[in-house]
Every structure is written in structure tokens, then in C-alpha cells.
Design a protein around this ligand. Sequence first.
Ligand SMILES: *Cc1c(COP(=O)(O)O)cnc(C)c1O
Length: 407
Amino acid sequence: MAPKTLQPDSIAVHAGREDLASLGVHALPLDLSSTSPLPDVELGGLSYEVLATGGLPLDGGSNVYARLWNPTVARFEQALARLEHAEEAVAFSSGMAALTATLLAVTHESGKRHVVAVRPLYGGSDHLLASGLLGVDTTFCRPEDVAASVRADTALVIVESPANPTLELVDIRAVAAAAGDVPVLVDNTFATPVLQHPLDLGAALSLHSATKYLGGHGDVVGGVVACDARLASALRRTRAITGSILHPLAAYLLHRGLGTLPVRMRAQQDGARTVAEWLRSRPEVAAVHFPGFPECDPHGLIGTQQSGPGAMIAIELADGYGAAVALTSGVRLFTHAVSLGSVDSLIQHPAALTHRPVQSEAKPSDALVRLSIGLEDPTDLIADLAQAFESGTDAAASVAHDLAYAG
Ligand SMILES: *Cc1c(COP(=O)(O)O)cnc(C)c1O
């Protein structure tokens, strides 16, 4: 096989599996060893040193210990790196572990402690940066203020597009240009490498909560960062020292999920467009945020930066918080739950949940509800939302009543 010439859908199916036939197996091998046999003290010790400092396993060496390196995780990393057009990728126990390791690694490597973060961001990322927990000093800004926010001691610029929870599209090329020499990290969780390649747009790092579309079935928590070999080594070192490697079983499930990622993304995106168009026609909905609508893409980034709108929708309810509460509790086919990107559809209230820890100035509207469209027939999703709107009228009235009495 000549992998470099394959189309993206074929890479998704075959990447990280090139040697399987020579191993005499067809499915991905899963190595759950916590420890590995050492050839001898000398080579064992050398293997340890190489892996703990961010290197790759020595020929004839040992994997030593599963916190340092694991072959099942490495296969998934290779596959994801191919899809992201990156030299390498490093996988973590969650998206937040991936962001934490990135912040620790880039601030340590550069000796700089300032980060510029473009809002809006995922609530957990915003919370981590604002908390000061990692000793990082963060300036939050809007996309157009990146150049003015970068300082001599800036180690990293962080941006998310489409951004959580409003699905705002940010011009990644413009942010990379404004960042100058400072590396840019793009949270590519919503777009996935099926729709967007941040490294081709000038970013140094592309981060995923693999929990979402990469896993795609709501049964894995993981994170991964795609980048060049130098940054990958710094990330592996940080991961080994702080202990945040992805579990091999999670890596196995994520790698298996990559094979269907392009097909899932396109089908979920088609369903999302149908649902978004229907929502736009409803009097209960004051605004529909869907990157596929021209009014949601003022800079024309769909088709240039991101090949399609994705499968996330945010709506603002005309009757505000009470109507949002009624909708999330009135649905039957959608599951009222945080997270996204699964084959089944989810609905949640960002201000109360994913963006609960965010500072008040960055809080989304409490009339906003976020929908992650799955692989159900959109007709059924629309029927579910319609019945929830119908039954919600009474519930909204009662919530409004309760709120009024709560003062
Ligand atoms: C969920 C999410 C994260 C955090 O990932 P976890 O796997 O939950 O730790 C980061 N960024 C975005 C955009 C997310 O949706």
C-alpha cells in the first residue's frame, strides 16, 4: 500500500493498521500490560530514560511501563496524526488532560507563562485558564484583539472554531497571522479532521476532546493533540511525568471509531442541516446558530477553512430560560445530557451545565440550548422537538410562575 496517496476516507479506515497483515491479525491488537519485560538492566534503563523524556521506543528495547508508552495508544496516535496532516499526535486520558499537558509543556519549554485565549471557549477550558491552577496568566480576548493581546512573554494562543457553545466561526489563518511567532492551539473537537485541518491553516497544535466525535459512541473519555515531532516529544514527556496517558482500551475504541468518522460526520451534518432549517421556521425559536447558515458565517469560512458546517446547533428560545428548561425536559428521543458527537442526539443547557464554571462576562445566554445531532432520521428528531415545544408551553408557564415566586 502507498498510504500517502490514499483519499481521506481510506486513511480513516487504514491508518495505523499498516503492519497488521505482517503480524497475522486483522483487528487492532490491544495491549493491556501495565508493565513490560526488560531485556536486561542496561537496555531496560535506557528504554526508561528515552520514554520518560519524550522519546519513542528503542529498537529491541522495552515499553517499560504503561504510563510511559503503550503500542495500542501509539497506533491510534499515528492514525489521528495522518488525518490531521500532522507529523505526530499524543493521546491523553481526557480532553482536559490534553489541554493541561499542552499548557505545562509549552510554558515550560518557552519559559513564558502568559496565554492568550480567544473567547468563546469550551467551559472547562475557560475554567482551567481562568482558575490560575497551572500558574498560567491568561488574557481572554475576541478574535480581532489577538495581536493586541500578545506580549513578549506569551507562550501560546488558544482558539476554538466552531466555538462552544455559540458555534461562532473564528478565522484561524487570521489568528495565526496575528499571533506571529507564538504557537497557536486550535480546539478542533467540533469540526474534526474530516472538516478542518488546523495545521494547514497556520496552527501549531490541533487538540481534540476525543470523547466527542472521534469516539462517536458515547463510551470513551480521551483527548489527543496533533502537532510536529518536537512539540509531540515535549507532550509525551509531560504526559509520562504527570501520568495522563490514554488508557489502551480507550485507544482501541477510538481507533476503531476513526474508520467510520468521515461517514458519521457527513451523515450527522446532513441531519443537522435538516433540523436547523426546521428550527428556523419555528416561532418558539428566536435564533438558530448553525455554521451552515450564511448569517452565521459572516467571514465565509465554510468552504475555505472548514469544508462543512458540522452537526452542532445552538438555539435561543423566544421565551427565554423557562422555555429552555421545558424543551430539555420535554424531549424523548434526544437525551438531555452534556457531551456531544455521539451517534445519538443530545441536548443541553450550556449556561447551567458545560459553561457553569465560566466567569459571568463569558456566560452564554440562559435562553440558549445546544443540540448535538446524531444519526437518527431527522424526521424523528424534528417530531421529538415538535412534541417538546407543544408540551413545553404549559411547563414554561409553570417555571415562569416558580421563578416569579422565587423572587
Ligand atoms: C468536551 C470538550 C473538551 C474537554 O474534553 P474532555 O474529554 O471532556 O476532558 C474540550 N474542548 C471541547 C470543545 C469540548 O467539547
